[in-house]
Design a protein around this ligand. Structure first.
Ligand SMILES: *[C@@H]1O[C@H](CO)[C@@H](O)[C@H](O)[C@H]1NC(C)=O
Ligand SMILES: *[C@@H]1O[C@H](CO)[C@@H](O)[C@H](O)[C@H]1NC(C)=O
Ligand SMILES: [Cu+2]
Length: 170
């Protein structure tokens, strides 16, 4: 049963390495970082923000900050007094839930256009329902039954498993 041992080893390696390779870290503004008079909406446009990804705000500590606000706060450049600003200069914000998200600098939201709004997309749907996960074996599986939301990680795991099944069942 050497071959099944190999399969287990490969699956273990894949399971260990995949989570870190699939979640994306987005440095806001890329190399420019979080600064005055940059078009963050243009930066965000076309990017695929997913649950599990992270936003990283880089700036000289003390020069700016990051506040997580709601739509009203974004439009009016205000934040409720209980919002704790992020101030490290390398603020990492995990995207934990889908939906619209808003971030502002409390100093320069209005005067320096330091505001970012993104849409975080939900977890990938079940692999059979998702057009982005091509080569899944066609037989119905329990995970494909009802469009259960599963992460990119599990979607890829299922693809990898499917590939192995096809290879070893020939
Ligand atoms: C949104 O933020 C504003 C302050 O910026 C606050 O007054 C309002 O209650 C918030 N709305 C919700 C739905 O939390
Ligand atoms: C597969 O699932 C679809 C609905 O999800 C169902 O209509 C179809 O009959 C199923 N096929 C098999 C072989 O179970
Ligand atoms: Cu600022």
């Amino acid at each position: 049963m050497a071959s099944s041992l190999w399969i287990l080893v490969v699956i273990a390696i894949v399971a260990i390495t995949l989570p870190s390779t699939l979640a994306t870290d987005f440095t806001v503004g890329d190399d420019n970082g979080w600064l005055l008079d940059y078009n963050y909406q243009a930066w965000a446009m076309g990017k695929d923000f997913r649950v599990g990804d992270r936003l990283i705000f880089d700036y000289p500590q003390g020069a700016h900050d990051v506040l997580i606000v709601n739509a009203t706060g974004f439009q009016q450049c205000t934040a409720p007094s209980n919002v704790v600003p992020l101030t490290t200069g390398h603020d990492i914000i995990p995207l934990t839930a889908p939906g619209q998200k808003w971030y502002i600098c409390s100093y320069h939201c209005a005067t320096g256009n330091m505001k970012l709004s993104i849409t975080v997309l939900p977890l990938v749907q079940s692999p059979v329902a998702s057009p982005s996960t091509g080569a899944v074996p066609s037989a119905n599986s329990s995970s494909a039954a009802s469009g259960i939301a599963i992460s990119k990680y599990y979607a890829l795991m299922i693809r990898v498993l499917g590939m192995f099944m096809m290879i070893f069942m020939v």
